[in-house]
Design a protein. Structure first.
Length: 254
């Protein structure tokens, strides 16, 4: 008689308050993951999340959070700047694209559309179009720009891959920059087109390398480095600017 051994289930996620240096409490979602090898703190539009290995102690997790309170406060502030307006017809400031701030020119026309002109972004709207329609036109503009970049970059890397991705999708992602599905579909965060192009291309390379190795082993990182030797610089850039890019996209298109 053989007994089938099953892995114990990971504890259910729980939310614990973290007291910041200014005395306020920030809820942090604790999630234990059997695949995690180290403590990891991230901030997304859903709030702060701490990922723990199954064997990590509460004491070590609390110490880790205490050491990263200033970082967390900075990320939360950058994600939700005070009095940040949503994009609409009264927007007079520039628009972010490829690491630059481009002037915006409004035009009246029959259809809602946006294009990249000689001097910046030109956004055309019917006279009675509302703010939601303006945001939808801007979202489509950013999608077009992202697809243009990806169309130029992807052919450079296909020859060195065991197979081509089945699909390439661009959409807003809450915390990730990209992912590869079990069906080999690559998803990339639309916010990447707001930042510098080298970071966007690096994320594409990162996800394509998962077609070679599905993990984050040393073999995987060797594949990344062979195609993008300065990947650490792009990772650091996204860690420093990422939340601001995601927050900016949310204000502009949602």
């Amino acid at each position: 008689m053989f007994l089938r051994l099953t892995r114990p289930a990971a504890p259910a996620p729980e939310t614990r308050p973290l007291v910041m240096t200014d005395g306020r409490e920030v809820p942090v979602r604790w999630v234990r993951d059997r695949r995690a090898r180290r403590l990891r703190l991230i901030v997304s539009d859903k709030g702060a999340r701490l990922t723990l290995p199954l064997a990590a102690s509460i004491r070590s997790a609390e110490s880790f959070l205490h050491e990263h309170r200033d970082w967390l406060a900075m990320q939360l502030a950058r994600q939700r700047p005070e009095h940040a307006p949503r994009f609409g017809r009264d927007w007079t400031g520039p628009l972010p694209l490829r690491g630059m701030q481009l002037p915006l020119a409004w035009r009246e026309g029959r259809y809602a559309s946006a294009r990249l002109g000689e001097h910046g972004v030109e956004l055309q709207l019917p006279e009675r179009a509302d703010d939601a329609r303006a945001r939808a036109a801007l979202r489509e503009f950013y999608l077009q720009q992202a697809r243009t970049d990806l169309g130029a970059w992807l052919p450079r890397y296909l020859a060195g891959l065991p197979r081509a991705p089945m699909a390439l999708r661009v959409r807003p992602l809450s915390s990730l920059w990209g992912s590869l599905s079990p069906s080999d579909a690559v998803s990339l965060d639309l916010a990447l087109v707001l930042g510098r192009p080298s970071a966007f291309e690096y994320v594409l390379v990162h996800e394509l390398c998962h077609l070679v190795h599905a993990d984050h082993s040393r073999r995987f990182w060797r594949e990344v480095e062979a195609r993008w030797p300065t990947w650490r610089e792009e990772r650091d850039y996204l860690r420093g600017e990422g939340l601001a890019l995601k927050a900016a996209l949310a204000r502009l298109i949602r």
